[in-house]
Design a protein around this ligand. Structure first.
Ligand code: T6T
Length: 326
């Protein structure tokens, strides 16, 4: 009763954040919310599992709430609803570098700690005291520029260092896929025999990515390869190659590793898949949030790794364990 009175008084003074501190000190179960880019993507489903494992180990409550599509307009109302439930911390994969800045400030104003996972807002450099988007405590993710470079090197090798390629990508403004494209193009500068054609944006729609492959091929019958910069881009581009009867002739480098990639690698439709470690991202996201909520300092960036999967190693259990759950 006494605490509630203190809490109400602090809240009235605009110090709602402090109002929750006594409860935490008294050993209150912490609630951490995870907002994915979208709910029905094997990448985020796997991240959720890692986050749940950490929450179980730490005795925290994990809430998973997201939109059905990778779209900032749909993600913002989900974020608002989560803020209204007032969890202690929010882990979020912002679907746009700019459009999620203001909505996330509302979480900070409500005294909720914010960590971004997979994607970032602003420049992704947090706690620097500069810019208007450095307020999240930490960014837990793959090194997406490096991922793009790995894809470029592998694709260059697969096409004998010459010919035309393009990037099948989601939409501009998504930090991860922007960086993958950047890393890919940067690396391709070291391969003068390769021409990188205009990027095709598919809005995270595999069907659109497949038909774009066919259009690019119609304009460039000598197309040698394609880099699918995320799960749906890669899936769609590979299907487009198959539908065009060009399996094996047009090389495919895929970002992400849903279970369906195994068959595509084995049949030669896809040459390599870059598996991120989404379970690690979820696990360390929760650990970081828990640490911050219990008075520890945390790193402003936590990097997770990749596993490059090909037909030669896909049956190795140390590799296949990085295939995503569905
Ligand atoms: O590639 C992942 C994720 O890293 C990216 O931010 C959005 O797309 C995926 O979820 C795969 O669909």
């Amino acid at each position: 009763m006494k605490r509630r009175t203190l809490g109400a008084a602090l809240a009235a003074l605009g110090l709602a954040a402090l109002a929750t501190a006594p409860a935490q000190a008294a050993g209150k179960k912490l609630t951490i919310a995870l907002i994915p880019g979208l709910t029905t993507d094997a990448f985020y489903i796997t991240m959720h599992k890692g986050a749940q494992a950490a929450a179980d180990a730490l005795g925290d409550t994990l809430v998973f709430q997201g939109a059905p599509e990778f779209n900032a307009v749909l993600q913002v109302p989900v974020l608002d609803a989560v803020i209204a439930r007032h969890p202690d911390a929010i882990l979020i994969a912002p679907t746009d570098k700019v459009q999620l800045i203001q909505p996330l400030k509302k979480a900070i104003d409500a005294g909720i700690k914010v960590i971004t996972v997979d994607t970032f807002i602003g420049t992704g450099k947090y706690q620097t005291g500069s810019g208007d988007a450095d307020f999240p405590l930490s960014y837990v993710a793959s090194d997406n520029i490096l991922g793009g470079q790995i894809a470029a090197r592998a694709l260059a090798k697969a096409i004998g260092d010459k010919g035309k390629v393009y990037v099948s990508n989601v939409k501009p403004g998504v930090s991860t896929t922007d960086q993958r494209e950047e890393g890919f193009k940067e690396e391709m500068k070291n391969h003068p025999g390769i021409t990188v054609l205009t990027t095709q944006f598919n809005d995270d729609d595999a069907n659109k990515a497949a038909s774009q492959l066919q259009s690019v091929l119609a304009r460039n019958p000598d197309l040698a390869g394609v880099f699918g910069a995320n799960l749906f881009s890669a899936l769609g581009a590979a299907n487009g190659v198959k539908q065009a009867g060009k399996a094996g002739a047009i090389k495919v480098a895929a970002f992400d590793a849903p279970k369906s990639i195994v068959e595509q690698l084995k049949s030669g439709l896809v040459d390599m898949a870059i598996a991120q470690h989404p379970s690690e991202i979820g696990y360390f996201g929760v650990v970081a949030a828990h640490a911050a909520l219990t008075g520890h300092s945390i790193p402003t960036a936590i990097g997770t790794g990749f596993t490059v999967i090909t037909k030669d190693n896909v049956d190795d259990p140390n590799v296949s364990r990085f295939l995503y759950s569905d």
